[in-house]
Design a protein around this ligand. Structure first.
Ligand SMILES: *Cc1c(COP(=O)(O)O)cnc(C)c1O
Length: 343
């Protein structure tokens, strides 16, 4: 029996609408569904968002663009953040995936067709530097990009001085492209306000219920099946390394799920939930199994939940010392996925 991952497509679409409502009507809200829609299944999430009104999608690899195009059909635009890499051209052409050209090399390798260009406004990750843009202004203009983008490094910290610095940098770099549509904001940027919205926003994590979008509806529930329940007596230990010792007689449930499923070893301070009752994980998280103190339960249900409306991806991420993005994208392949909602 597999663990069950329930993905609420209505919540994803509601989160998109809520983010869309934060910008002016003239601003388009796109959707980032790279990394298989942050682990939730681009071939299902993509069509649901397209039905909700998304007209522009972003992926991170040409191959992801192909999968998405097959799922959503011919209408919406798909931009590929990694641009044009060796071997990409044919797939991009065949599936009408638009490369975001990131470097002088990519611009030189690009021949003709639809494209976007990324400017680096300070993150030093992807995009043309200011001096490169200045030098190539004519060449870029001649390519006729339908979008110029940049990406914020600290948008999840509203008061960080990097935000205004990058805003000023992007503004300066794009003055020579007054007629080209522009995009700067991911989820964090949408929340920073209208200065950051430009023509098109690119939220990802907020769609999937994650911070920094505090108002997001939770999207995933993860239920792990209970395999066995036992009483552990005072002084007995549980799990690898004898990491936990019973201070009193304790009812321990062993559930199916572990670090091979993306449940990080470092998340051992988290709880599993039975109808709102928190049951602490005890002992080490192992590859396929987790042991849980279910002493608080009168009866142990067939499944205990690890992700729910109380222990969200960000709460679990805090336990594991990481971020919600990593929890979502790490969700493993061994779950039985069930989608609810969607039209
Ligand atoms: C991943 C990514 C996004 C989406 O970011 P979120 O923080 O998930 O909203 C937007 N733009 C670029 C360039 C990205 O790499």
């Amino acid at each position: 029996m597999q663990a069950k991952l329930t993905i609420d497509l209505n919540a994803i679409c509601d989160n998109w609408r809520a983010l869309d409502a934060l910008s002016a009507q003239s601003v388009e809200t796109g959707a980032v569904i790279k990394a298989d829609a942050y682990g939730l299944g681009a071939n299902i999430v993509g069509p649901a968002l397209a039905a909700a009104g998304v007209k522009t999608f972003f992926v991170a690899q040409a191959e992801e663009g192909v999968v998405l195009r097959r799922a959503i059909g011919a209408g919406p635009r798909i931009f590929n953040f990694s641009g044009l890499m060796a071997g990409d051209q044919q797939a991009l052409d065949e599936y009408n995936v638009i490369p975001v050209l990131n470097s002088v090399a990519q611009i030189n390798a690009f021949k003709t067709g639809r494209c976007a260009v990324q400017f680096d406004s300070g993150m030093n990750r992807l995009g043309l530097e200011p001096a490169e843009v200045a030098k190539l202004t004519g060449k870029i203009a001649a390519l006729g990009p339908e979008l110029v983008i940049s990406h914020l490094a600290c948008a999840d910290e509203p008061d960080h001085s990097m935000n205004t610095a990058q805003l000023a940098g992007f503004r300066a770099m794009s003055v020579d492209f007054p007629k080209t549509a522009k995009s700067l904001a991911a989820t964090g940027g949408v929340l920073l306000g209208s200065d950051y919205h430009y023509d098109l926003t690119r939220p990802g994590i907020g769609l999937y219920g994650g911070l920094p979008f505090v108002g997001a509806k939770p999207v995933v529930v993860l239920d792990l099946p209970v395999i066995q329940v036992r009483d552990v007596l005072v002084g007995e230990t549980v799990g690898y390394g004898n990491n936990w010792t019973a201070g009193k007689t304790t009812k321990i449930a062993t559930v199916s799920g572990g670090y091979a499923d993306g449940i990080l070893r470092s998340s051992g301070s988290a709880n599993l939930y039975a109808d709102g009752v928190a049951c602490p994980i005890v002992g080490r998280v192992s590859m396929d199994l987790i042991t849980v103190d279910v002493s608080a339960l009168k009866t142990v249900p067939p499944m205990l939940s690890l992700l729910n409306n109380v222990q969200t991806v960000d709460v679990l991420a805090d336990h594991a010392g990481t971020i919600g993005y990593e929890i979502l994208t790490g969700l493993g392949a061994r779950y039985k996925c069930r989608y609810i909602g969607g039209s």
